[in-house]
Design a protein around this ligand. Structure first.
Ligand code: ASP
Ligand code: MG
Length: 417
């Protein structure tokens, strides 16, 4: 048994969906196929959710565009009378029904109720298309498999319950291919949840873990994992192999290849993860396994994370920053569900970087200001260099203003503009 995962880019148009069919057709059996939302659908749904929550009707146009997009892709793949169009109509009907309700008082809850539609739409199109082209499969609702707590927008998996459901439902007696959604699940009351942005890789890992799969293959628009973003750096080189731990570090600092949570369940069961190109099927890709070295080949790895906000706090009485002060800061970060990336403490100040969050930042700063004096800069870039050397640091900082520079044995962190 194997698990395939296709990301947003690999299902963004009819041509790519045909290529997906081609890959699945040649693939192993039994097979679980996990699919993300098409193209930039999740970003658009996020904008819709934000506008809806703020009682701003501007989202109507976005909903129409989203509908047009999905229908136009389907029109390229299906005969006009196909049942898929009714299914898509139903899903958009459900989305509009949600949008007609009053927003609740809980942004994260509303967000999940809206944003999870992206994966329902993509998997509906793909499952029907594969069936039409003779690749028999069953569409499975991930909300019935991936059970989580009620921490909406970053729900935590209830592992034992999820495994029980996955094993009961995915028996492979009725088919040898299941198609299901990445990124989504539901809580114990059946309310839809999401697992955190880019969470489809993680879904693939959960399914592989629960079924003791032989391997997971993530099909991407790049030919594996690189020492830097190959779209930005010509010198970037592809790794043949990475250890789980090295890959976890890379993912944590924002290498966009794999969702950071993905690797832990795979490591636990020694299930290898292959990252391969869905365009160039002959390319070798990268495999993440129980590998006894960190990297092969060994070289500095550059990870760039944009859209960072650097916040510095001081005590209002100009005193030393204490452990209690930091505890308070972290509890506020946690309350707003922000991602903290790098931090530095001096006697009188404490600085940390978070991902920019349009909805929560102002409230977050306001709350910090109740306790501390606060300064912040937005629009910064966090550069992490693993296995660094002086030359790479110089190259990455040339001509830039440096806001924070931190060095450990293996990593350098630079917050720059
Ligand atoms: N569609 C979701 C997102 O864009 C999940 C994923 O693509 O992995 O974040
Ligand atoms: Mg994606």
């Amino acid at each position: 048994m194997e698990v395939y995962k296709f990301g947003g880019a690999s299902v963004q148009n009819a041509e790519n969906i045909r290529q997906l069919a081609n890959i699945v057709k040649q693939g192993p059996r039994p097979l679980i196929v996990v699919v993300s939302a098409m193209g930039k659908t999740t970003n658009k749904l996020e904008r819709i959710a934000n506008a809806y929550y703020l009682h701003n009707r501007d989202y109507k146009n976005d909903v129409l565009e989203l509908k047009k997009y999905h229908f136009s892709v389907a029109q390229e793949l299906f005969e006009p009378q196909d049942k898929v169009f009714t299914k898509l109509e139903n899903l958009f009907g459900q989305l509009n029904e949600q949008l007609q309700r009053q927003p609740s008082m809980n942004y994260d809850y509303d967000y999940d109720r809206i944003v999870h539609f992206g994966e329902l739409l993509s998997t509906t199109i793909i499952s029907c298309y594969l069936n039409r082209t003779g690749i028999k499969n069953l569409w499975i609702d991930a909300r019935e498999l991936i059970k989580t707590d009620s921490d909406f927008r970053r729900a935590k998996v209830m592992w034992a319950e999820a495994q029980k459901r996955i094993k009961e439902r995915l028996t492979f007696t009725d088919t040898d291919i299941y198609i299901t959604q990445g990124f989504i699940g539901s809580n114990i009351n059946g309310h839809p949840v999401t697992l955190g942005r880019e969470g489809s890789d993680f879904s693939a890992a959960i399914l592989a873990w629960a079924t003791d799969a032989q391997k997971v293959t993530v099909w991407k628009d790049v030919e594996g994992i690189y020492s830097a973003d190959p779209k930005l750096w010509q010198e970037a080189q592809r790794f043949d192999q990475l250890s789980y731990d090295e890959a976890i570090e890379l993912a944590f600092y924002g290498a966009k290849v794999i969702h950071p949570k993905t690797l832990k369940p795979l490591k636990e069961k020694s299930i290898p993860l292959y990252v391969r190109s869905f365009i160039n099927l002959r390319a070798k890709g990268t495999v993440i396994t129980d590998f006894d070295r960190d990297l092969s080949p060994m070289m500095p790895v550059i990870i760039v994370k944009d859209n960072q906000t650097l916040i510095s706090i001081k005590r209002q009485d100009s005193g030393f920053i204490s452990e209690q002060d930091m505890e308070l800061v972290f509890s506020i970060i946690n309350h707003y569900k922000l991602n903290n990336n790098v931090m530095q403490r001096s006697a009188l100040s404490f600085s940390f970087c978070i991902d920019f969050d349009r909805v929560h930042l102002a409230f977050f700063i306001e709350e910090l200001r109740r306790h501390f004096s606060v300064k912040y800069n937005t629009g910064l870039r966090l550069i992490t260099i693993r296995h660094y050397d002086a030359e790479t640091i110089k190259k990455m900082t040339a001509g830039r203003e440096i806001f924070l520079h931190q060095q450990s044995r293996t990593n350098v962190y630079l917050v720059v503009r």
